[in-house]
Design a protein around this ligand. Structure first.
Ligand code: XBP
Ligand code: MG
Length: 254
């Protein structure tokens, strides 16, 4: 059966923007300070905590694996959603100050894909407000309408590495996985996208450069720009130096 590339599905954190180290991590620490927990997640520790996706889930993982449930406030279970709401406030304020830009090539590729009538979607673990704030403050509020579906946060039972969020986005778009390409940055991300059956392109960041991306169509340092070529870490991009729709079509046709 002849198939056609119809849609691009994007992860957010680490893929659209480098949000973790200087965004989410800083916002978590600000929330911990607000509540006087005495916790601080430094850059190295945060890298370990990224093993678990989702902010609430990450705090629980920290409590059980790093604090070993010692010195936890009695009301910890109730405190987690409150801390998370405070963290979301800090994070979205940071985004509205314009401190976190999109990664190279993202804006260019989204614009080109729209011209080529490729459909767009978001499939992320992060809270919906965080996605809205990132898009509004980087691409403008109209950009929310560029995406057929913004699948985010707690709308599915299981977060990445489960494939649920991608399965949800595919259902909403009424597309089969082989009609799409996904963009991810992490091992948990590619487990989710490929778990849903979607061929996946990876752009790494400092936290994910050593992750296992077995099965990826291509692993790059960034999507690149005409004057800022990408470096290929896995797979073949032939003569291409930045990701555009022509390269995506070549990868898809393989
Ligand atoms: C992103 C995440 C998110 C953010 C925090 O994973 O793990 O949890 O770190 O977001 P992915 P919230 O890029 O694979 O979707 O605090 O809003 O949950
Ligand atoms: Mg990610």
């Amino acid at each position: 059966m002849k198939t056609e590339l119809k849609a691009l599905l994007f992860d957010v954190d680490g893929t659209l923007a480098d949000t973790e180290r200087d965004g989410h991590r800083v916002a978590f620490n600000a929330a911990f300070d607000d509540y006087g927990t005495g916790w601080h997640w430094d850059i190295e520790l945060y890298g370990k905590l990224l093993a678990v996706t989702g902010g609430k889930e990450r705090m629980k993982y920290y409590a059980s694996e790093f604090l070993h449930n010692n010195n936890l406030p009695d009301n910890f279970e109730q405190l987690v959603p409150e801390l998370h709401a405070a963290k979301t406030r800090h994070y979205t304020e940071m985004l509205s100050a314009g401190t976190i830009p999109l990664r190279p090539g993202i804006e260019r590729l989204l614009n080109e894909a729209r011209k080529e009538n490729l459909r767009l979607a978001i499939a992320t673990t992060t809270t919906p407000d965080n996605v809205t704030a990132l898009l509004e403050h980087t691409l403008g509020s109209n950009s929310l309408g560029w995406f057929d579906v913004i699948a985010a946060g707690d709308i599915v039972p299981a977060k990445k590495p489960a494939s649920d969020i991608y399965d949800f986005a595919l259902r909403e778009m009424q597309l089969a996985p082989w009609e799409c390409l996904a963009f991810e940055d992490s091992h948990n991300g590619i487990l989710a996208s490929m778990g849903a059956g979607i061929p996946t392109i990876i752009t790494v960041n400092d936290y994910t450069v050593d992750h296992d991306f077995n099965g990826a169509l291509l692993v790059l340092d960034t999507l690149g720009e005409p004057d800022q070529p990408f470096t290929t870490l896995q797979g073949k991009a032939n003569k291409h130096t930045y990701v555009d729709c022509a390269l995506l079509q070549t990868l898809y046709d393989k």
